[in-house]
Write a protein that binds this ligand. Structure first.
Ligand code: NAP
Length: 256
């Protein structure tokens, strides 16, 4: 019996990185997984990986920052699965690295559109679905940049602080209806996004491992599956008294 057996779980941005690892982990723990991504081929690849491993998954394309895509996503979930028990709002972008005064308004808007507006749109739809079924659990992808500042990343840092605020508010508003909402705050995780951040920050002179491993007290960056473990556990009944939190999964990064 898996941690989330028989439940339906949505993971946005699950064509790659932490989202893909989370979709695979949900399936391994018994959930029917709704894989969603802006990119069709990577989303379908995640779905195939789940099915090859003996799990159940369906792919629905959606750009989380587009209200009509989000509406279609939740209509399709309603039609195909009926209920939604677990949701991981993972889709996010890092944007450009530059000091605050050199950041463009286009970069600021692009990051806020996906990381905050997209998260807000999905959160609204998830809560509407879950309250009809008598409850559910939601995990939002924040970051250690949602807890502390990061020079060069002001729009991203602002967006992840906003994610933590959205999380606390939703937890307070819907806790009595059986909906738990938490955010998790990963440190450096070995994905395309971290490669991009290392590349931009060091002008291509260092890999993400070279730049980020020594910055983590545990001596290395994390793997996507180490984040997925926490997400699926938070969505399970084992985490029944946990809501409104912003939990680091960061190899000790914010303890420094
Ligand atoms: P990633 O490897 O870049 O994967 C992100 C996935 O989301 C990609 O499949 C991407 O598709 C998709 N996506 C991007 N924009 C989207 C949109 N508008 N709608 C739907 N899907 C979209 O990133 P990751 O490292 O796994 O990051 C996942 C989450 O964890 C993000 O919220 C990120 O901020 C957070 N996080 C990551 C780290 C880290 O070190 N990696 C640390 C802290 C927090 P395309 O590739 O086609 O764009």
């Amino acid at each position: 019996m898996g941690l989330v057996s028989g439940k339906t779980a949505l993971v946005t941005g699950s064509g790659a990185g932490i989202g893909r690892a989370t979709a695979l982990k949900f399936a391994e723990e018994g959930a029917n997984v709704v894989v969603s991504d802006i990119d069709v081929s990577s989303g379908e690849e995640t779905t195939e990986l789940i099915e090859k491993a003996g799990g159940h998954a369906a792919f629905i394309k959606a750009d989380v920052s587009d209200p009509s895509d989000v509406e279609n996503l939740f209509d399709a979930i309603e039609k195909s699965f009926g209920s939604l028990d677990c949701a991981c709002n993972n889709a996010g972008i890092e944007g450009n690295v530059a000091p605050t005064i050199d950041q463009t308004i286009e970069n600021f808007d692009a990051i806020m559109n996906v990381n905050v507006r997209g998260m807000f749109l999905c959160l609204q739809s998830e809560i509407r679905h879950m309250r009809k079924n008598g409850g559910g659990a939601i995990v939002n992808l924040s970051s250690v940049a949602g807890l502390i500042g990061f020079p060069g990343l002001s729009p991203y840092t602002a967006s992840k602080h906003a994610v933590n605020g959205l999380t606390k508010n939703a937890a307070l508003e819907y806790g009595k209806e059986g909906i738990r909402v938490n955010s998790i705050c990963p440190g450096g995780i070995d994905t395309r996004m971290l490669d991009s951040l290392a590349d931009q920050s060091t002008a291509g002179t260092q890999t993400s491992h070279q730049m980020m491993d020594p910055l983590h007290p545990i001596g290395r960056i994390g793997q996507a599956v180490e984040v997925a473990e926490l997400i699926v556990w938070l969505c399970s009944s084992r985490a029944s008294f946990i809501t409104g939190t912003n939990i680091p999964v960061d190899g000790g990064f914010v303890a420094q």
